[in-house]
Design a protein around this ligand. Structure first.
Ligand code: ADP
Length: 227
């Protein structure tokens, strides 16, 4: 099992009032899964994805990653696991504004033990595949929203992560580009990367093998994707 969640709960406290965002979430993600999380706005999808990506430690329950108890780890150990195993596509991109496109793409590789010359060729290859070669020396604020999203997806995939988490990864792309990204996800998945994406797009959801439905913080259903 790659990920095993047991009875995960998360709430926000406003004075005496507790507002639950995740309720008794129990979910197993197997090696090679490509899972789409769907549900209405405000259901807790992004919250769950950020919890999986270790950006949040304010929750209860058990989170097992590759047999290791994340719920018992401190922030630093969680960060190490994140760097080692995850790629994350943020809904709002989270590119580093003071770094060029090239430098943003190099960051995940710098966490790995890869020689500089090899890193260069990996970044150049990614620039090529995502058709952003001409943007390599520009800063994020010099790019359109769609271009920033492409860079964000490229950055998440570049180091061949064991697990790819993506929050609406094609939200700002036109449909042909969106499909291209989904095709890349499919290929990456076939090569062994486990993928979990949040999407509102039915068509994108069918690229995976499982569709998990969340409503009001509860997992209310799961089906097999049609593809
Ligand atoms: P989704 O991704 O499904 O649209 P989110 O995970 O972003 O939903 O949000 C789930 C719920 O958590 C929403 O109802 C949102 O209002 C609530 N929420 C998020 N952050 C906070 C916060 N800091 N305080 C209170 N409620 C929050």
């Amino acid at each position: 099992m790659v990920i095993s969640l047991k009875n995960i709960e998360k709430y926000f406290e406003h004075g005496p009032v507790k507002t639950f965002v995740l309720r008794r979430v129990t979910l197993d993600i197997r090696e090679g899964d490509f899972v789409s999380i769907m549900g209405p706005s405000g259901a807790g999808k992004s919250t769950l994805l950020h919890l999986l990506g270790m950006h949040d430690s304010d929750w209860t329950g058990e989170y097992w990653l590759l047999g290791q108890p994340v719920h018992k780890m401190n922030k630093r150990d969680r960060m190490e696991l994140y760097k080692q195993y995850f790629g994350f596509v943020f809904q709002s991109y989270h590119l580093l504004d003071s770094l060029t496109v090239y430098e943003n793409l190099d960051i995940p590789l710098s966490y790995r033990n890869i020689k500089k010359s090899e890193r260069e060729s990996i970044v150049c290859d990614a620039l090529d595949r995502f058709q952003i070669v001409g943007k390599r020396d520009l800063y994020p604020n010099q790019l359109s929203g769609g271009q920033q999203q492409l860079v964000a997806v490229a950055r998440a995939m570049i180091a061949n992560p064991k697990i790819l988490l993506a929050d609406e990864p094609t939200g700002n792309l036109h449909s042909a580009q969106g499909q291209q990204i989904m095709e890349m996800f499919r290929k990456l998945n076939a090569e062994g990367t486990t993928i979990i994406q949040v999407t509102h797009n039915e068509r994108n959801a069918e690229y995976g093998n499982r569709v998990v439905q969340i409503e009001d913080g509860w997992i209310t259903g799961e089906r097999t994707a049609a593809a």
